[in-house]
Ligand binder design. Sequence first.
Ligand SMILES: Cc1cc2nc3c(=O)[nH]c(=O)nc-3n(C[C@H](O)[C@H](O)[C@H](O)COP(=O)(O)OP(=O)(O)OC[C@H]3O[C@@H](n4cnc5c(N)ncnc54)[C@H](O)[C@@H]3O)c2cc1C
Length: 464
Amino acid sequence: MEETEQRYAYSADIPELDDVDVLIIGGGPSGISAAVAAARLNVRVRLIERYGFLGGNLTAGLVGPCMTSYSLDGSQQLIRGVYEEFVQRMMAIGGALHPSTIPAGSAYCGFIVYGHDKVTPFEPEAAKVVAQRMCLEAGVDLLLHTMVVDAIVDDCEAVNPRILGVVCAGKGGLRAARAKVVVDCSADGDVAHFAGVHTRQGRDSDGLAQPQTLFFRVQNVNDQVVEEYVRSHPEDYRPYASIVAKATAEGRFPAPRRGIGLYKTMEPGVWRINTGRVLRRNGADAKELTLAEIEGREQTVALLDFFRNNLPGFEKVELRDTATQIGVRETRRIDGDYELTLDDLRSGRSFEDVIALCGYPLDIHDPTGSGGGTGGDAPATANIYQIPYRVMLPRYHDGLLVSGRAVSATHEALSAIRVMPPCFALGQAAGIAAALSVGNRASPRHVDYEDLRRELLAQGAYLG
Ligand SMILES: Cc1cc2nc3c(=O)[nH]c(=O)nc-3n(C[C@H](O)[C@H](O)[C@H](O)COP(=O)(O)OP(=O)(O)OC[C@H]3O[C@@H](n4cnc5c(N)ncnc54)[C@H](O)[C@@H]3O)c2cc1C
């Protein structure tokens, strides 16, 4: 399928959904949190999600564990609020372990120490049901199986164009969905992009973004043998690194990686595998994503074969499942009122509009090769750093907040705050800000920070 330069003019009268106050696009960590937080402030909230279930990378991506919600040294829990409630509720149905019980270097952390103290192991099926319950109990109107394909903008030529809603597509065809405030939690900044918000992708030097990985889970692993092998090879920077290095040198390793990314799950013999790597594919382009999915699936088949024949503990391994879609680490980042930088993270800079505290370090997978990840030669971040509200405000547009992975940050800073607990924290702040904006009839840009802070604290967030 080749796209041509030719344009095709198309216009249509489309049915309109009933209006709501706040429209959340995307039901991943940031979207779930935004929807719950906003609905608890008694505004009418609708969440539109393209899949038939909530969770985003938590579920469709099979991504896990949730990286740390603590300070880098593991001493303070920073991300609480909706995230903590989400974890507690998964624990109550046997679907998660509390991060306070998971030390750095354990099998649940992929045996990684730096930046991996107090991660949250969880089961994707528990995440699906808990996310759904939390949204419905808060009064969120869920619209699943619906993909947003355009933005409705008041006056594109205005200095500050206002987003009035979105156009979405489902089995019934196109629909208009309008709201007083739209929160883009699509991770790719889809609404922002459709509305004409300026966005950037990848690193400054060449625009290349972090690579993609198709997560899969395996079963029938001998947990004890894996633990014993990894612990008896401390010289390996990542699990099985020397076996991978030899195979790579001999042209036998099927992905550009320097070790095996493997995370024990709560079920004996079952591990999540984060080892495939697809380079140089744009995750915000369907054609490129198609190629990435094809490559990711072939890597999975080859990796399984490699595991079986080369890795102690994996002799009888079987495939449990692959993710619904390949994991996309990085696409569009909006140009916001403030751009979070590496310096902010290194210095632990204080912001007067702080909405989240985080401790996860830089985590840049090499866009062109096998290196990267946490630790190594990446610059160190502060034990605790802050994220300001302004990273969620597109610089020239009104009526729109962008939360989760597409916020305004440099390639380096985003590599740290993109993990799931910070996305929950960002989402909670976006949801509250959207609700306050509706209540005050003011644009999100003019939400009073003291009100936002007060509501965040009332909803259990921690701001130091
Ligand atoms: C390979 C990989 C490994 C990772 N490892 C970890 C890890 O171990 N731990 C960790 O904490 N984080 C990890 N991350 C990071 C983390 O998963 C994401 O950055 C995080 O999930 C982003 O949250 P989000 O809410 O912004 O978006 P997402 O989780 O991507 O959710 C976005 C949601 O929006 C929906 N959506 C998108 N576009 C549209 C549209 N146009 N219309 C309707 N719905 C739409 C999607 O279906 C999805 O449900 C990893 C990421 C990847 C890709």
